[in-house]
Design a protein around this ligand. Structure first.
Ligand SMILES: Cc1cc2nc3c(=O)[nH]c(=O)nc-3n(C[C@H](O)[C@H](O)[C@H](O)COP(=O)(O)OP(=O)(O)OC[C@H]3O[C@@H](n4cnc5c(N)ncnc54)[C@H](O)[C@@H]3O)c2cc1C
Length: 417
């Protein structure tokens, strides 16, 4: 009997166990080791308890749009082998249909992530997969280039295959607390420093925090020093800075730059990315000609919430009563610059506690992307967020977790035959 140990009962580990169970290898004993008192805490929390499983993009676009370039190359094999469409079929075959919510994102029809977790619970119980709860992996014992056994809280278990699917460091209360990383480092596996990703950003500009709670529906944002990486979408003002989809997708990169030594950096925001400088200058020219008595404040209020308009006027030293006919050319230039190129200094982020993902983790150079096996140890595999993979918002991270778990199962199946 061969022994397969899966460390971590999150999306990646559970899919790996399920796929292995489905392959009905008579001589394989599967055990999940989970340090929490239950499996799938993060899966349950995902998508606000609704679980954005994946989206409509076909594999190629899914990888290219969802991940940074080097990550896209790495995730390709696993995603093509267990595509977003195949994943939805898998859930449907197990009784959970998905629905397309806004023409792009798939959620379970019930809008309940627990339905996805229940699929795994059922597969686990029907296939006699063992789960050891409240057991933390403490260290890994090797011989030459093989993993021999693992040390848990109060026992040592031998293994033929070891899968590390311990997640990253975000939302540590769900179990992914990062304690796995020093253990991997001891094995000689190189790591990329972890920073929070998909997380709100903090600014030193206290005035802007007065806008907390308000949303821009159609903003675009980029890092001042990296103008090619533009994100678009909703931007939410918070008590510490900015958040919302447009910011979250950029946050991993921002935090990486800050982590590498910058004590602050500037992001540049277009408050409505449908409107560029030309639009606003034409707009002001037209209003000046036809509605000269209207106040700048009221005109801008047609586009933005009043707090923001007042803040913009104050920043540019423009009196709230100023009529459009009285706006000087210099004031107009400054205002248009604020509307289309608002610069905001970022000094930090809301931390791992609130981050949806972790950027960094096991260095992708340590792992064969075709098998997800470690290059240094023949029987060691990685799946999910523990690797240096962080996708955008929109179902990319769960899809990766499921695809990588399935990929590892495929490889172990091959080795067992
Ligand atoms: C609030 C929130 C909402 C999200 N929403 C979405 C969404 O809607 N769509 C989407 O695609 N992605 C979403 N994500 C991201 C997605 O949930 C994760 O990327 C994914 O669940 C990662 O799966 P994983 O199996 O790699 O890790 P995890 O789910 O973190 O599982 C790791 C498991 O390993 C266990 N573990 C860790 N260390 C040890 C150890 N030493 N010994 C034993 N066990 C250990 C942990 O307890 C945990 O159960 C969300 C994340 C968060 C935090």
């Amino acid at each position: 009997m061969k022994k397969c140990l899966i460390i971590g009962g999150g999306a990646a580990g559970l899919m790996c166990a399920a796929k292995l169970a489905k392959s009905e290898l008579p001589d394989l004993q599967i055990t999940i080791i989970e340090q929490k008192d239950n499996i799938g805490y993060k899966l349950l929390a995902s998508g606000n308890g609704r679980c954005n499983l994946t989206n409509i993009l076909p594999c190629r676009e899914f990888c290219e749009y969802g991940f940074a370039k080097s990550q896209a190359r790495f995730v390709r094999n696993a995603i093509y082998d267990f595509s977003p469409a195949e994943q939805l079929n898998f859930f449907a075959e197990h009784g959970v249909e998905a629905s397309l919510v806004d023409g792009f994102h798939y959620f379970p029809k019930s809008q309940k992530s627990v339905d996805i977790l229940n699929i795994f619970r059922e597969i686990i119980s029907k296939n006699n997969i063992q789960i050891l709860y409240n057991q933390q992996l403490k260290s890994i014992i090797t011989e030459n280039n093989l993993i021999k056994s693992v040390v848990l809280d109060n026992q040592v278990l031998e293994c033929d295959f070891l899968i590390i699917s311990c997640g990253g460091e975000s939302y540590p209360l769900t179990g992914s607390n990062g304690k796995i990383f020093p253990i991997l480092q001891q094995l000689g596996i190189s790591l990329i420093d972890r920073v929070p990703a998909l997380v709100g950003l903090q600014t030193a500009n206290e005035a802007i925090t007065a806008l907390a709670g308000n949303v821009l529906l159609n903003a675009s944002v980029y890092i001042a020093s990296e103008p090619k990486l533009i994100d678009r979408g909703e931007l939410l003002f918070t008590r510490t800075g900015v958040s919302g989809p447009a910011i979250l997708d950029l946050s991993g990169r921002v935090n990486r730059v800050l982590h590498e030594g910058a004590d602050k950096l500037e992001i540049v925001i277009n408050l409505n990315c449908d409107y560029d400088r030309d639009f606003w200058h034409k707009f002001f020219a037209d209003k000046r000609k036809n509605f000269g008595k209207k106040s700048v404040r009221n005109l801008l209020h047609e586009f933005f919430f009043l707090n923001l308009v007042d803040w913009l006027l104050a920043e540019n030293n423009i009196n709230f009563e100023r009529k459009i006919s009285e706006l000087t050319k210099k004031e107009e230039l400054n205002l248009v610059e604020s509307l289309t190129n608002l610069k905001l200094e970022i000094i930090g982020n809301d931390g791992f506690k609130k981050a949806i993902a972790t950027a960094g983790g096991v260095d992708l150079n340590e792992v064969d992307s075709k098998t997800l096996a470690a290059k240094k140890f023949n029987n060691l595999f990685f799946a999910g967020e523990v690797l240096d993979i962080d996708g955008r918002c929109g179902g990319y991270n769960l899809t990766w977790a499921f695809a990588s778990g399935a990929k590892v199962a495929t490889e172990i199946r091959k080795l067992c035959k």
